[in-house]
Design a binder for this molecule. Structure first.
Ligand code: ITT
Length: 197
């Protein structure tokens, strides 16, 4: 495989997929490279369901193998919210700043040890005429009191990965790409790919 189509319009995800697959000599294209007006409704209740919905919709549209990612943040003190609604937590316009402000507000009065959370990523591979394959990766951590750092995207400035004192946004992309939920899901996909002809 020399080229991979990732069914996402999220620039942060595209950058990470590109970095992670470049070491295998695989170039990554995304919906940002196509003039596709297709808007896929994420109607699933789990990350896995939504990843499959996105991958299969694009695979049918283009008749090509497609990879999709559905990911988000689960905060224990909020019973796993924002979960599959992470991108639109503060409204439909997908505003990272507003999402983080809402999260901090919801966690007001919640003590440090109770701010545990995890990033979750489901990656689905859909191929014409074949069953969709899905894997999940997670990254455990906790929610900081205030945003810090400029790297990454989404909730990275508020997420402190387990074993670190820095937020994900204070990690370099190389560091993030070895510990992230996306990395762990892709590692499992890679193992499976090796078993495919
Ligand atoms: P696509 O559906 O086009 O892929 P999206 O941004 O709508 O893009 P999701 O529905 O999967 O994607 O929502 C993912 C959201 O979860 C994302 O917008 C961030 O708010 C958050 N998120 C996921 N992975 C993240 C990461 O690595 N770092 C920080 N936040 C992340």
């Amino acid at each position: 495989m020399k080229e991979l189509l990732v069914a996402t319009k999220n620039q942060g995800k595209v950058k990470e997929f590109r970095e992670m697959f470049s070491s295998y000599g695989i170039s990554v294209k995304s919906l940002l490279d196509f003039d596709s007006s297709i808007d896929i409704e994420e109607t699933g209740e789990t990350f896995e369901e939504n990843a499959a919905i996105k991958a299969e919709a694009m695979m049918k549209e283009l008749s090509l193998p497609v990879v999709a990612d559905d990911s988000g943040l689960e905060v224990d003190a909020l019973n796993g919210q924002p979960g599959v609604y992470s991108a639109r937590y503060a409204g439909i316009e997908k505003d990272d700043e507003k999402n983080m402000q809402k999260l901090l507000k919801e966690l007001e009065g919640t003590d440090g040890p109770e701010r545990t959370a995890r990033f979750v990523c489901a990656v689905a591979v859909a191929r014409p005429g074949k069953e969709t394959f899905i894997e999940r990766g997670t990254c455990e951590g906790k929610i900081a009191e205030a945003p810090k750092g400029t790297q990454g995207f989404g909730y990275d400035p508020l997420f402190i990965p387990e074993g670190s004192t820095r937020t994900m946004a204070e990690h370099t992309s190389e560091e993030k790409n070895t510990i992230s939920h996306r990395h762990h899901a892709i590692k499992k996909i890679e193992q499976w790919l090796k078993t495919q002809s």
